[in-house]
Write a protein that binds this ligand. Structure first.
Ligand code: ZN
Length: 139
């Protein structure tokens, strides 16, 4: 992973083979970023997507094998149990030009992934919500 400051933001280039969510978590921890938004594009392989089933109170998981274009990566970083926690969603496009999308659990960077991380002032924690079972923003 390589990065450069751009005003209040960071331009980050993730490298082939890096696990994207883990690498983003490590970047935030290294830079002491507690709260941020991010957007990105690039490509990913072997992504694991999620769809939150409210009745089941859990995520249905969907594995996407092979290389896919990251048409849109978007999300936020907040603190969960005192550590940076990226909440990422993606729209992925394949060779057939069809899209698949959802919550991003993990994925390996394919050719590259270019992310703009914009830190926000303050620190927002996530707390487990009894109603949904999710760790929601504690605002
Ligand atoms: Zn999500």
């Amino acid at each position: 992973m390589r990065y450069q400051r751009a005003g209040d933001s960071y331009l980050v280039r993730f490298e082939t083979g890096e696990e994207l969510v883990g690498a983003l978590t490590a970047f935030a921890a290294d830079q002491r970023i507690d709260t941020a938004t991010f957007v990105g594009i690039g490509s990913v392989s072997d992504a694991v997507l999620g769809y939150f089933d409210r009745e089941a109170g859990d995520y249905a998981r969907h594995e996407v094998s092979g290389d896919m274009e990251i048409v849109s990566l978007t999300g936020n970083i907040t603190l969960k149990d005192g550590r940076p926690f990226p909440h990422a969603h993606v729209a992925l496009g394949g060779r057939d030009f069809r899209a698949v999308a959802g919550h991003l659990f993990e994925g390996k960077v394919a050719a590259t992934c270019e992310v703009v991380v914009r830190p926000l002032p303050g620190a927002v924690q996530r707390q487990k919500d009894a109603k949904t079972g999710l760790y929601l923003l504690d605002l």
